[in-house]
Design a protein around this ligand. Structure first.
Ligand code: GLN
Length: 472
């Protein structure tokens, strides 16, 4: 049986081309790894029945001499990304039994590039959470320490790669749901610029912030996937062209560090120390590291927790027991609606729908929603101005290493896990989390991550510096 642990997209493509193994053997190895490891971890909600048939199809194409960028590569997808003829539930009871009638644009692009869609992964319900604990289908465990969370909301997709059950996966990131679990699990997690990847067929959470991106073991692999999935799409009117934002400056190896943002309380000492070590590493690679002042960036989280529930309350109105998934009958039409939504949605989702309805209600709209929109613009301008001076902004990905199950006692404690990831969503900027070493906690080694954010459409800067950082 093939061992997936040393394999990347690049090396697996070599292996397939040189006939060291077939796509069927690769997928059989993935399925075997899932059967062995996932009993404990619960990263996968389902292995798709047609995974082996897809592999045979890929082997046929390889025999014919076709060379596609992802031909024969196993992928796992977050349970909020639609794959025609397959279940998608956003890890919610309300979508139990829902079968997607279409392919999302990203899945179509992966399939066209030869990828094999192996299965769907667990996540926080409707992508709301930072620990994968709000899923209606059980928790997912961190492979580095099973008493700890894998992060969230795309926890299953992070674990699937970190525990070598697949070579790559897709997640979605609205406030950090790719980057934070990547940091907690020790893999690469990348969120492209808002508008560079179509969200057609992504179950919407916060449409003005949602973005799809990859989990991989290397930056080169993340770039390969980004090249496949990016581009304008007539099915998503928010997609933008490559030249939408004028390039502000040439890359000159300058990194800005907004120290005031993470030097306060709430950020663990091991995280601060790891960041200093990462700064030293960048310096040794010839980077100039300078302080940048971003006085309003710390308001990103507050703005997010107004904008997000507002859009959630609107996006989730479609789950009414009539159109999709679960139906719970009541006394009359209105009662059907109350019963279905009351039973189908979990606590966190209901909390956000109620909050969102409140911030959009007349009389509060201007005070909350209107102010949050203004804050979003101020934060975006501030960040984009900083990119006149620096190529990238460096922060930790998360304020702590992976925490224990149940450790975050209040919703607010949990929300703070996004403090460093949310500015990239508020501004639309591309952002990556890179593994930056381990810290010993008790007798386990937990991974840490750093985050690099670039100006809109400057994915090139991110890939370049990230590869140097990881020595690729
Ligand atoms: N932790 C964030 C939240 O709960 C993450 C959301 C996301 O990026 N999907 O809203």
């Amino acid at each position: 049986m093939i061992d997936l642990s040393p394999l990347t997209i690049q090396s697996a493509r070599e292996g397939l081309k040189n006939k060291k193994f077939t796509a069927r053997e690769l997928i059989e190895a993935s399925i075997e790894a899932i059967k062995n490891r996932d009993k404990e971890l619960n990263a996968f909600l389902e292995i798709f029945d047609d995974a082996l048939a897809q592999a045979d199809e890929a082997d046929k194409k390889i025999k014919e001499g076709l060379d596609l960028p992802l031909l024969g590569i196993p992928f796992a997808i977050k349970d909020n990304i639609l794959f025609e003829g397959h279940k998608a539930t956003a890890s919610s009871k309300i979508l139990e039994g829902f079968i997607s009638p279409t392919n999302s644009t990203v899945i179509q692009k992966l399939l066209d590039a030869g990828a094999i869609i192996l299965g769907r992964t667990n996540c926080d319900e409707f992508a709301m959470g930072s620990s994968t604990e709000t899923s209606a289908y059980g928790i997912t465990k961190n492979p580095h320490d099973v008493s700890r969370v894998p992060g969230g909301s795309s926890g299953g997709s992070a674990v699937a790669v970190a525990a070598h059950m697949t070579i790559a996966s897709l997640g979605s990131d609205t406030a950090g749901s790719i980057r934070q679990p990547a940091a907690f699990c020790g893999v690469v997690g990348f969120k492209p610029t808002y508008g560079r990847v179509s969200r057609s067929g992504l179950i919407a959470m916060t449409s003005s912030l949602d973005q799809i991106g990859p989990f991989t073991k290397t930056v080169a692999d993340a770039e390969i996937i980004y090249e496949v999935i990016r581009g304008m799409d007539k099915m998503d009117s928010t997609t933008t062209a490559e030249n939408t934002y004028p390039k502000q400056k040439e890359f000159n190896k300058t990194i800005g560090v907004p120290r005031a943002f993470f030097e306060g309380e709430g950020v663990s000492e091991v995280v601060k120390k790891n960041l200093e070590e990462s700064i030293e590493k960048f310096k040794s690679l010839g980077y100039k590291v300078v302080d940048v002042d971003l006085p309003n960036i710390s308001y990103s989280l507050a703005a997010y927790y107004i904008l997000m529930p507002a859009e959630v309350s609107s996006n989730l109105a479609r789950f009414d027991g009539v159109k999709y998934g679960l139906f719970v009958g009541g006394e009359n039409g209105i009662d059907d609606y109350f019963k279905t939504r009351g039973m189908g949605f979990g606590r966190e989702v209901r909390r956000r729908i109620i909050l969102g309805t409140y911030v959009l209600s007349s009389g509060y709209y201007d005070a909350y929603y209107g102010s949050a929109l203004k804050a979003k613009q101020i934060i975006t301008n501030e960040l984009r101005n900083a990119f006149n001076e620096v190529d990238l902004i460096l922060t930790p990905t998360a304020p702590t290493p992976a925490f224990k199950f149940g450790e975050k006692a209040t919703p607010l404690d949990m929300y703070l896990a996004d403090i460093f990831t949310v500015p990239a969503n508020i501004s639309g900027c591309p952002s990556i989390s890179l593994p930056s070493g381990f810290v010993k906690v008790g007798d386990v080694d937990l991974p840490l991550g750093i985050e690099l954010t670039a100006d809109l459409n400057r994915e090139d800067n991110i890939f370049r510096a990230s590869k140097e950082f990881l020595g690729e």
